[in-house]
Design a protein around this ligand. Structure first.
Ligand SMILES: Cc1cc2nc3c(=O)[nH]c(=O)nc-3n(C[C@H](O)[C@H](O)[C@H](O)COP(=O)(O)OP(=O)(O)OC[C@H]3O[C@@H](n4cnc5c(N)ncnc54)[C@H](O)[C@@H]3O)c2cc1C
Length: 426
């Protein structure tokens, strides 16, 4: 019998069995196998196998506190696959943007809320990797985050400064010994109330982004408090509001001195946004795999509901759009991997163009996953909206995706500014 998350069973045994992680993974693989390089397909299958075994061995119902699973997941190398992580003695193969996409697909099919929370740790890893300068404490934090021993969060948003992240109010003041004292408030940090390490941005002069600095904060330090806030659509994920009160950050945890913070904040943004695109795409596939299996088995009026145009054609439409999004995401991921392999970094012009592309994909994928999940749930009738499957988690999460990582309107603003810039070149 497959896992059940609901209190009262609403879906019959046979269909519930077929909605298992194993069958949904199989459906995804049939869709992707012709387009993936063998190394990526093999990694996807390896990650899927890990999560299938993990789910079975631990009798997981997806009602648990998933933060407790993170050390085991990290030990097996599934927190981030964006890099090889040689600097901390790891040798992840394969790695890169496409591999990260595969990791996200495998993890999302297992547990979407876990995937979103892990995404915040993975994003906090990038600035430390770029700016550790072989400082022992930074390397320690990096290793602990990548291997799942510890949890990370990234603190940009403030109660009064959301979309306008550059004009921060949280201040940092340099001390004689090179340490900094931080004061201010941050809010909506994914993992905030669970995190051991935080990457925090603050300014020496309020509202002046040019004075921004970037810090690695040990959250056990005096002056750090985090209150979990309630996001009802993702009840198992921790999101928090933090107060920084005369919080001292030692010199060896200054990742970017005042003046460097803004460029540090923007340098990783493209890949972070694309990671969200991968997550959105994974959520759409997860919902479609549920709906396709369900519609092929559920009978009404003595026929499988897929055979009615109202169901089959709607599902075909969602499937076509999701495949389209997947192929563009894969294409961008592979272009990034090729550039990284060739140059060791992303060339400036390419990264500039990628900024607009990341916004375009984030804009479309966030809208798409919300619609695909809603429509898939709708096609499953009561079974789509009860708590017997992961559809419930997917419905909640996809309603958040247009907000985090830069809202829909901010993506539109970036794209329309790019259109202005392009026009000026004509
Ligand atoms: C679940 C979740 C997880 C998050 N995780 C993190 C995290 O880990 N770390 C972190 O730092 N932050 C995080 N955030 C915060 C997120 O990045 C912000 O919520 C987002 O940037 C918007 O800021 P805001 O909520 O203050 O809304 P506001 O900026 O106040 O926006 C309100 C509305 O005004 C619109 N708007 C604002 N400015 C413009 C403009 N110039 N043009 C057009 N429309 C505009 C917005 O699009 C939005 O519709 C998270 C948020 C959520 C919901």
């Amino acid at each position: 019998m497959s896992i059940k998350k609901g209190k009262v069973q609403c879906i019959d045994d046979e269909i519930l069995e077929k909605l298992s992680l194993k069958t949904r993974n199989k459906f995804l693989n049939f869709n992707l196998m012709s387009y993936l390089k063998p190394k990526h397909l093999n990694f996807l299958k390896q990650a899927q196998k890990f999560f299938e075994t993990f789910e079975k061995t631990n009798h997981i119902t997806h009602n648990e506190d998933f933060y407790e699973w993170i050390p085991e997941i990290g030990k097996n190398g599934y927190i981030s696959r964006l890099h090889k992580f040689e600097d901390i003695g790891l040798n992840y193969e394969p790695h890169g943007m496409t591999t990260e996409f595969m990791r996200i697909l495998a993890m999302d099919f297992f547990d979407p809320q876990l995937t979103m929370a892990t995404g915040a740790t993975a994003i906090s890893v990038n600035p430390i990797l770029l700016h550790h300068e072989n400082v022992e404490k930074r390397l320690k934090a990096l290793k602990e985050l990548v291997t799942g021993e510890k949890i990370g969060c990234i603190c940009i948003t403030e109660p009064e400064r959301g979309s306008d992240a550059v004009h921060m109010l949280t201040t940092c003041k340099e001390q004689d010994d090179g340490s900094f004292v931080l004061n201010g408030e941050k809010t909506y940090q994914t993992n905030g109330s669970k995190a051991n390490w935080a990457v925090v941005y603050a300014v020496t002069e309020k509202n002046n982004g040019n004075t921004m600095a970037q810090f690695l904060v040990d959250t056990s330090s005096e002056g750090w408090t985090a209150e979990r806030l309630n996001i009802p659509w993702t009840p198992r994920m921790h999101v928090a509001k933090e107060s920084l009160t005369n919080l001292t950050v030692p010199f060896d945890c200054v990742l970017g001195k005042p003046g460097d913070g803004k460029s540090h904040l923007f340098e990783g943004l493209n890949l972070e946004r694309l990671t969200i695109v991968c997550m959105n795409t994974a959520e759409a596939w997860n919902a479609i795999s549920h709906a396709v299996i369900y519609a092929n088995m559920r009978k009404q009026f003595n026929k499988e509901i897929l055979k009615y145009q109202g169901v089959g054609f709607t599902l075909a439409d969602l499937w076509a759009q999701t495949m389209n999004m997947t192929l563009s995401t894969l294409n961008v991921c592979q272009m990034i991997d090729e550039k990284m392999e060739k140059f060791g970094t992303l060339p400036k012009d390419f990264n500039l163009a990628l900024g607009t592309t990341a916004s375009q994909l984030k804009f479309l994928s966030a809208k798409l996953c919300e619609r695909v999940v809603y429509e898939s749930a709708n096609l499953m009738g009561g079974a789509g909206v009860c708590d017997n499957t992961l559809m419930q988690d997917l419905l909640g999460i996809t309603r958040l995706q247009e907000i985090g990582g830069g809202t829909r309107q901010i993506q539109s603003y970036i794209m329309s500014s790019a259109l202005r810039q392009l026009f000026k070149l004509l």
